[in-house]
Design a protein around this ligand. Structure first.
Ligand code: TRP
Ligand code: ZN
Ligand code: CA
Length: 434
């Protein structure tokens, strides 16, 4: 039961016992020069497609799981990567009574705890050579991996590329890879980018919208080309990104369309033929090297390289200053809100879009608590709502707030209200990290 006096004291009028403050921000470092992504030669990508076509032609017209044309496709890709200095791993699995193969290629170096992955399925259906589906993605990813080698790229992230088997039987290879990846290894993958059909003959430019950062990188690339994009909707989860997404890995990717029909609005923005499928040869014998739109293949291959360079060479910005208040503030049971303040000084300009709010509240039923961050101008940002079912103790958490419209300097408050009777607690400490 809170008394009025206690509320007054706790309401931020108490001089903090300790106000730890990190050293003022150093002069902002000049951004590290990012290596520009190369223009991927579309002729090289097409040369891979010619090889995959020859492999299919020599092996009964397809490169399907369990058929000789699939293994020959894997051998072709693996030999290119081995010669370029990749560490390659052939992963085998069994599906429908036949041996399947995934090929994993690691580029030596980069932070092993931050893996950026790109992949594509290499198998075709049995009815055709699968040059758009999915020689195109396979060749685009392969040529990007070879460009990494040619550039002698020293990325900050560890780069890993994958070519999946038996996608056409139900994402078998990629599921097998993810299922056999220990949880600790899964957690090291910062993102997985998927490329399945990127040279459709009547192309659209579709970007997966599963993760805003990964989506944003591709949208930035295409807007630089002046090419409009749409969100990929032709069957969510219909390719190898799904197993990654299902275990919580961030995914992105590109797609130029399969058997859906191009609308007149889409033909107006992208050219091509309205009322016709993006790929009339989808899963058919006519999915040959003639079934490729070179412009789409070129743009999408360049976009793969742009994403690998942009995401793979990004540096984590140096940590900014931290402002902390470690004074305890009692929170009255089912009572008025209390606040604890920190004074931010010497931070130029506005607060970041990723202002980190570290909260340490000791409480016997955290569902009782409503938390807000209050900016110097009084704007409140809800950090946490109450819940009658969240019976755990304590709120020890870091929240990220888009505070980019707030001036950084001034008095910021953590506002806490207990909205249900019986359980009580106190603010132990909280901090703002810029
Ligand atoms: N290989 C995929 C399939 O046969 C092609 C595909 C259809 C696709 N819809 C998609 C790939 C959406 C990526 C995104 O199902
Ligand atoms: Zn496919
Ligand atoms: Ca309570």
């Amino acid at each position: 039961m809170a008394t009025a006096a206690a509320v007054t004291l706790a309401a931020g009028l108490l001089v903090p016992a300790t106000l730890a403050q990190a050293a003022p921000a150093q002069a902002p470092a000049a951004p590290a020069a990012l290596a520009a992504a190369p223009d991927i030669p579309v002729a090289n990508v097409k040369a891979h497609l010619t090889q995959l076509q020859s492999i299919a032609t020599a092996n009964g017209g397809n490169r399907a799981h369990g058929r000789a044309g699939y293994k020959a496709s894997i051998d072709y890709v693996k030999a290119k990567l081995d010669a370029a200095g990749y560490t390659t791993t052939l992963q085998t699995f069994t599906s429908s009574g036949a041996t399947g193969y995934n090929l994993i290629a690691d580029w030596p170096g980069g932070d092993p705890n931050h893996v950026l992955m790109a992949g594509s399925h290499l198998d075709s259906v049995t009815s055709g050579p699968g040059i758009n589906d999915n020689g195109s993605g396979s060749a685009g990813v392969l040529e990007t991996a070879l460009a990494v080698s040619r550039a002698g790229l020293q990325p900050t992230k560890h780069l890993r590329f994958g070519w999946w088997g038996a996608e056409e039987l139900g994402l078998i290879g990629s599921k097998y890879y993810v299922n056999n990846l220990p949880t600790t290894e899964r957690s090291k993958i910062d993102g997985y980018l998927n490329f399945d059909m990127i040279g459709s003959p009547n192309p659209g430019y579709f970007v997966y919208d599963d993760d805003p950062t990964l989506e944003g990188v591709f949208k930035t690339y295409f807007s630089g080309l002046g090419v409009q994009t749409e969100i990929e909707t032709e069957g969510d989860g219909r390719s190898d990104h799904a197993p990654f997404k299902n275990v919580g890995i961030k995914v992105g990717g590109l797609f130029s369309g399969a058997d859906y029909t191009k609308t007149s609005a889409q033909a107006a923005k992208w050219g091509g033929t309205a009322g016709q499928a993006f790929d009339r040869c989808y899963h058919s014998s006519c999915d040959t090297t003639a079934n490729i739109n070179d412009t789409a293949l070129d743009r999408n291959s360049d976009a793969i390289a742009y994403a690998i360079w942009t995401l793979g060479t990004a540096t984590t910005p140096p940590p900014g200053p931290v402002f902390e208040n470690t004074a305890d503030v009692q929170i009255p049971d089912n009572g008025a809100a209390v606040t604890s303040s920190v004074t931010v000084a010497n931070v130029p300009g506005n607060a970041p879009a990723t202002l980190k709010v570290g909260v340490d509240i000791r409480h016997t039923y955290r569902g009782d608590l409503v938390l807000d961050l209050v900016a110097p101008d009084g704007t409140a940002y809800r950090l946490k709502s109450s819940s009658t079912s969240d019976s755990a103790d304590n709120v020890i958490a870091e929240y990220t707030v888009n505070a980019s419209s707030e001036v950084a300097n001034g008095v910021w408050k953590l506002k806490v209200q207990d909205v249900a009777a019986q359980d009580t607690g106190y603010i132990n400490s909280w901090k703002l990290s810029f």
